[in-house]
Design a protein around this ligand. Structure first.
Ligand code: GLC
Ligand code: CA
Length: 565
């Protein structure tokens, strides 16, 4: 096995979501000076790169993923000067910074869209996707087709000014850009990419990276939910006809000129398709976020339809996300981000009795898998989902709100609403968006003022301050895992995966192999003791574990890593 080492392969990346990371001025909203004040928390953990979610100017309908100006900073987060300081302070600590690149759509408030909507003859009309209405048999105006938006309702919005609809795969104020137009693409390269590369950033996380190329026929999508008016339409906008041409152009024109890294959010994709994006020599992106693991149990067409999963499903997901690694492709390892609930709740056990132990178990799993490892703010201290009792008013995300409101509009029964609230509590993006719990003081030390979103009630028990000096804390355990991963990177970052107990519903045991070494990882995913069976020949020497003593029994949520000789 010849290993093709790269800085962005060995790196651990820590995602900062600015609204909830740290507030420096008491207005209840996280900000860039707040991030600067906590850089050592990230550095000491052992992270190498920071991914900062959108901090651009924005009306904040989708928390900054609706950008009104790529070249300025949302004033509540700070200024361009604050960004210079952030870049400088990150580099001074030997870390790097990547930003979020949101170029499938802008905010409706972006000046490009304001021009585009002003008249049918405006030079920027064609920068977005406009279509005339359809009329039904009764002569009622209807959207151009039946596509559903990811945030509920039609993906088309009627605009009075010119009597046409524009496409928005996400919120109404997130009109999709028309990538067919080369002037649009050039403007994006300049404003969204080059502007920030020239300021010294080290790469991008590329938002909805598989959606730029729409099937230009704009056909109705097949009806998969007969009781719904609008239908999932991935078929016509995911991995579309020109998507690879667009990525190659962007790489050639801009990204290739820098020593930059890119990671694209692509979701679910076949291996052949993945390799087109990340295959060495393709000149597109370095790696992708695939959703096999984070969306376990959810219907890929509608995340709020939740059917549950078992441990073999999780093993399949891990395999799917790693199978194409090698000289050809590269992958990512993650189980949290700003769009996902908390991993301890989803994949471990957030009962106070087990949450630290199961959090450590997950740390052992994630830090042993090949690919570039990503952590999301708060994951390192074991933040959990919000309490089940929180009413709908505490949920702020547009995805959650729109879905809930649509249910109300349809006249859903109390029972249906109660069932939805359960699923919402499990999978809502809000779970990741509560303020980071820094200490046990008021508002968890996140802000001196009232936070924009309620702090999780468990902050007196789960907070960073109480973990720094505790050798048994999750923070320090993650630290040890990240350092072991670095020390044996040929095994953990680059090694081959072999699962030993695929059908086992309770344990997850696998080997990681490099040319000359093998490690065995054994993880008990239950709250019961289980007999330990090595499932491999050879002498075992313990490298790491989340219990202080190991025996012939695997304790509840016990995980071990052994060298195999
Ligand atoms: C991506 C982002 C998500 C956002 C959406 C629209 O999926 O991660 O937060 O809502 O794109 O930009
Ligand atoms: Ca602030």
């Amino acid at each position: 096995m010849t290993i093709n080492y790269k800085w962005w392969k060995d790196a651990t990346i820590y995602q900062v979501w600015p609204a909830s990371f740290k507030d420096s001025n008491g207005d209840g909203i996280g900000d860039i000076p707040g991030i600067v004040s906590k850089l050592d928390h990230i550095k000491n953990l052992g992270a190498d790169i920071i991914w900062l979610s959108p901090m651009y100017d924005s009306p904040q309908n989708d928390m900054g993923y609706d950008i009104s100006d790529y070249e300025s900073v949302y004033p509540k987060y700070g200024t361009l000067e604050d960004m210079d300081i952030l870049i400088d302070q990150i580099h001074k600590r030997g870390m790097r910074l990547i930003l979020d690149l949101v170029i499938n759509h802008t905010a409706a408030e972006h000046k490009w869209f304001q021009e585009s909507k002003s008249s049918k003859t405006n030079p920027k009309r064609d920068w977005y996707i406009w279509k005339p209405p359809k009329y039904d048999s009764k002569g009622n105006r209807q959207p151009p087709n039946n596509w559903v938006s990811y945030f509920s309702g039609s993906a088309w919005e009627y605009d009075e000014t010119t009597g046409e609809y524009y496409l928005h795969l996400f919120a109404k104020n997130q009109p999709d850009l028309n990538w067919e137009n080369e002037h649009t693409r050039n403007a994006l390269y300049k404003s969204a990419l080059s502007f920030w590369f020239d300021k010294g950033i080290d790469g991008f996380r590329i938002d909805t990276a598989g959606m730029y190329s729409k099937d230009q026929r704009f056909l109705d999508a097949p009806i998969v939910f007969p009781d719904r008016e609008f239908q999932p339409c991935k078929l016509y906008h995911q991995n579309g006809p020109r998507i690879h041409e667009f990525h190659q152009e962007m790489f050639k024109r801009v990204t290739s000129k820098y020593d930059a890294m890119t990671v694209g959010e692509v979701g679910h994709s076949s291996h052949d398709e993945v390799l087109k994006y990340v295959g060495a020599g393709r000149g597109e992106m370095n790696m992708l976020f695939l959703f096999d693991m984070v969306e376990l149990g959810s219907d890929p067409r509608d995340r709020f339809i939740y059917n549950g999963y078992n441990l073999p499903d999780l093993k399949t997901a891990v395999t799917n996300q790693a199978e194409f690694i090698g000289t050809e492709g590269w992958t990512t390892v993650f189980n949290e981000n700003h769009d996902q609930p908390r991993s301890v709740t989803r994949f471990g056990n957030d009962d106070p009795k087990w949450r630290v132990q199961s959090g450590k178990l997950l740390a052992l799993l994630m830090s042993s898998l090949s690919g570039t490892l990503f952590l999301y703010q708060g994951q390192e201290i074991g933040m959990t989902n919000v309490p089940k009792e929180w009413p709908i008013e505490e949920y702020k995300d547009i995805n959650s709100m729109n879905y809930y409101n649509e249910l109300l509009q349809e006249g859903a029964s109390d029972e249906r609403i109660a069932q939805f609230m359960k699923v919402l509590n499990l999978v809502a993006r809000d779970n990741a968006r509560t303020p980071v719990q820094w200490d046990a003081s008021a508002h968890a030390g996140f802000s001196t003022g009232k936070p924009w979103m309620r702090v999780n009630d468990n902050y007196p028990d789960i907070n960073a301050e109480s973990q720094y000096n505790d050798p048994h804390s999750l923070y320090n355990f993650w630290k040890s895992c990240l350092s072991l991963r670095k020390q044996h990177k040929d095994l953990f970052v680059y090694g081959d995966l072999e699962i030993l107990d695929f059908d086992n519903q309770k344990t997850f045991s696998f080997l990681k192999k490099s040319d000359d070494k093998t490690v065995l990882v054994v993880l008990n995913f239950t709250d019961k003791e289980i007999d330990f069976e090595p499932l491999v020949k050879g002498d075992l020497k313990l490298l790491h574990s989340n219990y202080t003593k190991v025996s012939q029994q695997l304790e509840p949520y016990e995980g071990r890593v052994y060298s195999v000789y």
